[in-house]
Design a protein around this ligand. Structure first.
Ligand code: F6R
Length: 241
């Protein structure tokens, strides 16, 4: 059962999440950190950047992105690689050689998924995996119904996810409909999971993930099978528990 901590505001939840990551980096300076993107984690990275300016070193940390859109070049502002660079890697001085992500422009996305899974294994696996949650209960881009036995794979995005993420693209732009994502099996193989959810929009997904049955219908319910999962919520996201 996950350890669940509830904070009054989204900012307090983000600060607590950043504090967990900072403590993990202090305890293990060569931490392998799994990173998530999306609106929820923006204040988490902001707080980690502040911790860096106050003296926290990320020099030995290696980061692995959960997922990336297929068909978006790394330079595209809405690619997850670009987001991670802008919000976290550049401000804390992490060089590209320590920042890993699936290549959404690979000629063969299936081969790229296999390459990425092998890169995670070569790094010794993920020590701490940061996660957000979709309104439909997805983690990474494991959309319901999720196959809990999948490693890194190519997936079609759910219509709810496409609608939720439309805001990150220009009206005239083609929005990617596929992604390469760590699978539930990959995510659960991290030594510790740290999921943050904030806002009323996540209330039902959180209730299903933490209080519902472990089921492919709610991919985040797979966290119940992990022995070291911490869930950090604001009061709104926790209001269905
Ligand atoms: C992003 C990711 C997704 C997001 C989720 C929540 O790397 O893996 O699972 O964490 O869609 O996104 P926000 O925070 O934008 O609601």
């Amino acid at each position: 059962m996950a350890d669940v901590r509830v904070f009054g505001t989204a900012l307090d939840a983000a600060s607590a999440t950043a504090d967990e990551i900072a403590a993990a980096v202090k305890a293990k300076p060569d931490l392998v950190l799994g990173v998530a993107t999306g609106a929820t984690v923006v204040p988490v990275y902001r707080r980690l950047v502040a911790a860096h300016h106050a003296g926290l070193s990320f020099a030995g940390v290696r980061c692995f992105s959960l997922d990336e859109y297929v068909g978006l070049p790394a330079m595209h502002g809405s690619s997850y690689r670009a987001e991670m660079r802008a919000q976290f890697y550049n401000p804390v001085g992490l060089p590209p050689s320590q920042c890993f992500a699936p290549d959404g422009m690979a000629d063969d996305p299936l081969a790229e998924a296999a390459r990425y899974e092998a890169a995670i294994a070569r790094a010794g696996g993920v020590d701490l995996q940061l996660l957000g949650i979709g309104v439909n209960g997805h983690i990474g881009f494991n959309e319901p119904p999720a196959d809990f036995n999948q490693g890194v794979h190519v997936t079609d995005l759910a219509s709810t996810t496409l609608v939720a993420n439309r805001r990150f693209f220009q009206p005239s732009e083609m929005q990617p409909t596929r992604a390469i994502t760590m699978g539930v099996r990959t995510i659960l193989s991290a030594r510790k999971l740290l999921l943050i959810a904030t806002g009323l929009g996540k209330r039902d997904a959180i209730a299903a993930a933490l209080r519902g049955p472990v089921s492919p219908a709610c991919p985040a319910s797979s966290l119940q099978m992990h022995s070291n999962a911490l869930v950090i919520l604001d009061a709104d996201a926790a209001s269905g528990l």
